[in-house]
Design a protein around this ligand. Structure first.
Ligand SMILES: Nc1ncnc2c1ncn2[C@@H]1O[C@H](COP(=O)(O)OP(=O)(O)OP(=O)(O)O)[C@@H](O)[C@H]1O
Length: 284
């Protein structure tokens, strides 16, 4: 059983400040992200979303403490931590000459002894991850020779191959077409349904609203953390984007539509869904 199963909080950050160089990028933060839920981190450009994700992953030092499953990150042996937390960064580079198969196999490194060859279990996990992302047929191709979407799916396969309970992902849907976005959502939902935890930075608000919870970041601060379906969360989301986004229900989902600055109020507030709840999240 995963050590996360007994914890209600998968990852927690309690920090007074995070700096990059001499620049304070994040202010004081108290973030506690629950186990077995999918949290999407959203906010305007430059708000500090990627920085926060890197802090949660222990990739960027912060003035304070980050805990993974109730234990300070610094207290985790590196290999054990790498088995618990799978990471996908934004615009990752450095493995362009590797075959897609070998890129996904990198996800198995935390499971392998130093310099030990990959085991049958490692190969099975790699194959299953590549198949889940529908890139098994591309396994012999170099990463650098793949399209943007194919490449992203190989990197997602590397994350899956770790078989970690916690996934931290920066823009996982980058370059993915709608069917592959839907497939990724299904993979995330299956992970969460079996007790896994997902934290992802997402720019596409319609996709972010499919998560369980939103963590809204603005100007280096967390301004809201709440359920995606909550009206309070919708209002906080709109406020974070200076009311330049409208939110409407469509069947069981929420959609977010950018609003043109000069659009007449009546047009910007138009609701074609027929659901009277549609208008409620649209007013400052
Ligand atoms: N290496 C760096 N050196 C200096 N400043 C940085 C560095 N990386 C990020 N920043 C700054 O920190 C702030 C937060 O950046 P971050 O990438 O976390 O924002 P973000 O919310 O993810 O933005 P975006 O939506 O544009 O991807 C920005 O003002 C950015 O310019």
């Amino acid at each position: 059983m995963s050590i996360f199963a007994a914890k209600t909080i998968a990852v927690r950050a309690d920090s007074s400040r995070t700096t990059i160089g001499n620049r304070a990028v994040l202010g004081a933060l108290q973030v506690a992200l629950p186990t077995a839920r999918w949290t999407a981190i959203v906010g305007p450009n430059g708000a500090g979303k990627s920085t926060l994700l890197r802090v949660l992953a222990g990739l960027l030092p912060t003035e304070g403490q980050v805990e993974l499953a109730g234990r300070p990150l610094a207290d985790w042996p590196a290999r054990e931590r790498a088995r618990q937390l799978a990471w996908l960064g934004q615009s990752e580079a450095g493995t362009e000459d590797l075959r897609a198969y070998d890129v996904a196999l990198l996800g198995r490194l935390p499971h392998r002894a130093w310099l030990a060859p990959a085991s049958a279990i490692d190969h099975a996990a790699t194959r299953s991850a590549l198949q889940a992302m529908q890139v098994w047929p591309l396994r012999e191709r170099r990463l650098g020779a793949l399209s943007g979407g194919e490449r992203q799916r190989v990197l997602l396969a590397r994350l899956l191959a770790v078989q970690a309970p916690l996934w931290l992902m920066d823009e996982p849907l980058a370059h993915l077409d709608p069917p592959h976005q839907a497939d990724w959502l299904a993979v995330v939902r299956a992970h969460v349904a079996t007790g896994g935890t997902v934290v992802s930075v997402l720019h596409e608000l319609g996709m972010a609203l499919q998560a369980d919870d939103l963590l809204i970041v603005k100007d280096g601060a967390v301004v809201h953390h709440g359920a995606c379906a909550s009206p309070d969360t919708h209002r906080a989301l709109q406020a974070a984007f200076d009311w330049r986004v409208s939110i409407y229900p469509v069947r069981e989902h929420w959609v977010a539509v950018p609003r043109m600055a000069a659009a007449p109020q009546s047009a910007a507030h138009a609701d074609h869904s027929g659901d009277p709840a549609a208008a409620r999240a649209d007013t400052p």
